[in-house]
Design a protein around this ligand. Structure first.
Ligand SMILES: [Zn+2]
Length: 272
């Protein structure tokens, strides 16, 4: 199942040292520096298509570089200055470059909500993000397996578990308040079980404020749940090959609020 990491070809452009804070990194920098090609590890260098998508040349090669790349891409999106996904003239070459394989540097687990287009939000083109979408960004076991596949076979360095403001799934869970929802929606409730108990409503709090707290709590809880349910991902985090970062996308500003990467509690070293 191992896929040739074609686009790891030029994984050498280091973004380390930049701030993770998106506002500090609004500069668009889509083009790879030529020397990045020379610095790619031997055996990973593939010949780019004649008019290949130059932006793919700067694939991040560490968890921190991957996070920086998403933060800088989001800063471009917030500022209305996307660069990677605008030039449709690259589409044909981009497809050609990806036929042989993929090496998405980040896994994005987010809500199915149509207002959360992750590739645009992070200003990334095809081949760079491995996306898993479930209502409420609450992946079931198959979703977690998908993340394992990307981390283990495709070399992804980062998992972002991204909730969003005005999330209908979180709202539905709140309004159901434990009563069963129709159809198969029970599965959604099961996937988000414990959320209301973890973040109870303060009687003096407006519903909107409570929803905001629930959305943030859900992103953090789902990120932790993924680690708790996957020994494979747990080991990668322990080996510092992977970060798991909760985040919240703000529909109004377009900004992604990143929370701290999960750290492993000492007791969590016992594998499941
Ligand atoms: Zn949602």
């Amino acid at each position: 199942m191992r896929v040739l990491p074609l686009l790891a070809l030029t994984a050498a452009l280091s973004l380390q040292g930049q701030e993770h804070e998106p506002a500090a990194a609004t500069k668009a920098k889509p083009k790879a520096k030529p020397e990045a090609h020379a610095a790619a590890p031997a055996g990973q260098v593939a010949t780019p298509a004649a008019h290949g998508p130059a932006p793919s040349a700067d694939t991040p090669d560490s968890p921190s570089a991957a996070l920086t790349e998403l933060a800088t891409g989001n800063a471009r999106f917030v500022a209305g200055k996307r660069v990677r996904t605008l030039d449709t003239g690259h589409d044909v070459a981009m497809r050609a470059a990806l036929v042989g394989g993929q090496s998405p540097f980040a896994i994005v687990i987010t809500c199915s909500d149509s207002r959360v287009p992750d590739a645009l939000v992070f200003d990334q083109e095809a081949g760079r993000l491995f996306t898993i979408r479930e209502a409420g960004n609450a992946p079931d076991l198959q979703g977690i397996a998908s993340a394992e596949y990307a981390a283990d076979h495709l070399g992804s360095k980062l998992i972002v578990v991204m909730g969003h403001t005005s999330c209908g799934a979180v709202k539905a869970i709140r309004e159901a308040n434990g009563k069963p929802l129709p159809g198969n929606l029970w599965a959604l409730q099961a996937g988000m079980s414990g959320l209301l108990e973890s973040t109870p409503h303060d009687p003096n709090e407006e519903a909107k404020a409570h929803l905001s707290r629930l959305e943030e709590a859900n992103a953090k809880r789902q990120a932790q749940a993924i680690l708790d349910r996957s020994s494979l991902l747990h080991e990668k985090v322990a080996a510092e090959q992977l970060w798991v970062v909760p985040a919240l996308y703000h529909l109004d500003t377009g900004k992604v609020q990143f929370f701290k990467p999960l750290s492993l509690a000492p007791a969590a070293s016992a594998h499941h």
